[in-house]
Ligand binder design. Structure first.
Ligand SMILES: [Zn+2]
Length: 400
């Protein structure tokens, strides 16, 4: 005979669920929590008082109710007190943020970096240095409850080791372990693929809130993706799923950094666009991509042709994804935001030609709501995941 969940299991689950409502949805009344969580008033009261005592939320009288009778207390996250560190290691930049419960960015540093491989110890030293600077500015009663990093590379599910990243790293890198050691907070640093984390960010705080089936495409130097199906990120057996950039759209096409050719990334990535627009070599990065889209807008024929060609390959990739996953929404992020906006007609045409009508008809194509912050926001959510699964335990450990 198997025992059911204990009272303690139920309480832990409910505490996490309540905190999740407050963390993702912002201030909310007890009455609203009662109806959304389907629990009775006394249970909600007991849960909020536990979370208040732990310093994770506070309760306040609402400012204006406009209604007669006793107003329901509003539960707010303790954003200034409880925070995580979020790190973003992109091909062109390093970013660190201190993010409060509720998703508030309290402090942030960002530096451009040169492309190419980095040394693990240098990278970890730079990032932990920024975190230490931020920590020195915090009040004595603040508490760091987690840390996580987004990297443009493959992250092995079993141990969080970064195992590949043609644009960034090419060996097995125990990045989270090294960063955690340097931070010295006694907290593990979770590591995730940047496009996967950006997909989660758009799903929890961006354009894809309440959308259970979505695909997020992220353009940087390469193309990454995050596939959310039934509300869950598809990671695959080892955690490397969602590498949509290496879907072959043009057999025998342009050489790809992965060793194959004609991958979506090879046909749509930054280099492909700049070469197609006759601008490769002069400038690189997001500004160079924007310059092509702006030139096309102004009527530059070469830029227009380049953008069209890239848009056709992008549309073909999107059509394949739509046929396989039937997403409700497909989101273009990173530099794909600009590319999509400059080639929406080509993308639509390819969808009409190659996607099946039932999958295509109700599909919504959108651009990222979080923009360049998506990866950092996603890293913060990864760091908060532990807190939300067992709020009191995590806080007790962080305070110890
Ligand atoms: Zn490839």
């Amino acid at each position: 005979m198997r025992a059911g969940p204990s009272q303690e299991d139920i309480r832990r689950h409910n505490l996490g669920a309540l905190l999740r409502h407050v963390h993702l949805g912002g201030p909310i009344s007890r009455a609203e929590l009662t109806s959304r969580m389907g629990l009775n008033r006394s249970t909600i009261m007991a849960l909020t008082s536990d979370l208040t005592a732990a310093g994770l939320v506070r309760e306040e009288l609402p400012r204006e109710t406009g209604r007669a009778g006793r107003p329901s207390l509003v539960v707010r996250p303790e954003s200034a007190r409880v925070y995580v560190f979020a790190f973003d290691v992109g091909p062109d930049r390093l970013a660190v943020a201190r993010v409060g419960l509720g998703g508030v960015i309290l402090d942030r540093r960002e530096v451009p970096r040169d492309r190419g491989r980095f040394k693990l110890d240098e990278l970890a030293a730079t990032l932990s240095g920024f975190a230490r600077q931020m920590r020195r500015k915090t009040r004595a009663d603040t508490v760091c409850v987690g840390a996580a990093a987004a990297v443009s590379g493959g992250v092995r599910k079993a141990d969080g080791v970064v195992t590949f990243g043609p644009n960034l790293m090419d060996e097995e890198v125990p990045f989270g372990e090294e960063l955690g050691r340097r931070l010295g907070l006694g907290l593990p640093v979770s590591v995730g693929n940047d496009a996967n984390l950006a997909a989660l960010a758009e799903h929890s705080r961006g354009v894809g809130v309440a959308v259970k089936d979505l695909i997020y495409l992220h353009g940087d130097v390469g193309i990454g993706g995050g596939i959310i199906a039934g509300g869950h990120l598809l990671g695959g057996h080892d955690g490397y799923g969602g590498e949509v950039g290496h879907m072959v759209v043009n057999p025998g096409g342009r050489a790809c950094g992965c060793g194959s050719s004609g991958c979506l990334e090879a046909e749509v990535g930054e280099r492909a666009l700049l070469e197609s627009a006759g601008r490769f070599g002069a400038q690189q990065g997001r500004d160079a991509v924007r310059a092509v889209v702006e030139a096309a807008d102004r009527g530059d024929i070469v830029a227009q042709e380049g953008l069209k060609r890239v848009g056709e390959w992008l549309g073909l990739g999107v059509a394949n994804l739509v046929n396989i996953f039937n997403p409700e929404m497909l989101i273009f992020g990173g530099m794909l935001r600009e590319i999509y906006l400059g080639s929406a007609a080509q993308v639509r045409t390819q969808l009409t030609l190659h996607a099946m009508a039932p999958q295509r008809d109700r599909l919504r194509l959108r651009t990222s709501a979080l923009g360049d912050a998506a990866t950092l926001v996603g890293a913060a959510e990864l760091a908060f995941a532990h807190v939300l699964s067992d709020p009191l335990e995590v806080l007790a450990r962080a305070n110890a």
